[in-house]
Ligand binder design. Sequence first.
Ligand code: PAF
Length: 296
Amino acid sequence: MKICRTIEEFRRARSQLDGTVGFVATMGALHEGHLSLMRNARERADHLCVSIFVNPTQFEPGSDYESYPRELESDAEKCRDLGCELIFAPNPEEMYPDGHSTTVHVEGMDDVLCGPQRPGHFDGVATIVTKLLNIVEPDVAVFGRKDYQQLAILRRMVRDLDMPVEIVGAPTVREDDGLAVSSRNRYLDDDERARATCLAEGLAEAWELWNGGERDAEALVQAARDVVLNAADPEAIDYVQAVHPDSLERLDDRPDSTVEDGVVIAMAVHVGEARLIDNLRLDGPLPEELGDYVTG
Ligand code: PAF
C-alpha cells in the first residue's frame, strides 16, 4: 500500500492500476462506519483507493476543524488491513493552493436539514469531492447513508456534471443499541452516550407508525420529535424533518403532507458537545439494531 501526499504522486501510482477502482473519501479518524464503506467499495471493484483529508472548506468558522482528530498512522493500518492499495493524504495547500477560487454549489438542496445551521458546508463538500473524483478517477465511489443530505447532493452533482462515476449509498453502521457510528461519538460522556440513543428511538417510532399505515409526514415527524424530547431539551434539537429521498424537498411543512414510501425522516440533535445526525428512509424493514425500540 502506498501513501501519496501530492496529486502528481497519486496520479502516477493510480496510472499503474489495471482494472476498476473503488473509492472512499474520508476525513480520517477511521471507525467501523468507514471500514464498512471500504469493504463495500472493495467488493465492487478490482482496487480500493481511500482519501484521508480534513477538508477546511466544509467546517464553519468556530467549529472543530483545528481539533478534528488526525491519526494518519493508525488510519493507514486499517486501510492496509482492508486491502486498500493507494491512500491519498494531501495537505491543505496541495488541495487549495493560493488563488484557488472555484466552488461547486448544488442549487436548492441545502436549504433544509443541516443546510441552514451549516452555511457553506455542502459547497465545501461538493467542491472537495469534485476535486477528489477528478484526481482519483474511480469507477465507483461509496458514501454513507448516515450523511443523507451529503449523499443526495453528491448524487445530484455527479448527475448534473456528467461525472463518469457510480455513486453508491451504503447502509448506516449502528452500535447494538442503535446509535449511528460517528467520529463525534467520542465526545460523549457516559450519561450523554446513554441519552444519545434518543435519535435511534425517535426514528424507530416513526418507522413503527409508517409500518402501521401512517402516511402523514407531519405526524411521523411529530412522533419522532416527541421521543427525542424525552432525552433532549427542545433547544438541543436542530431539526426533525421529512424530506423527499432524491430532491430533499421538505415534506412535513406543507398543508397536505401525505407522503409516498421512501420518505426520509432525518434529525440533528445536540447531546453534550456532540451534534449528532441520523435518518431513516421509510420503505423497508427496520434496521436490526432499532428493533428493541419498537413496541407494537
Ligand atoms: O463524509 C465525509 O467524511 C466528508 O464530508 C467527505 C465526503 C470525506 C468530504 O470531505
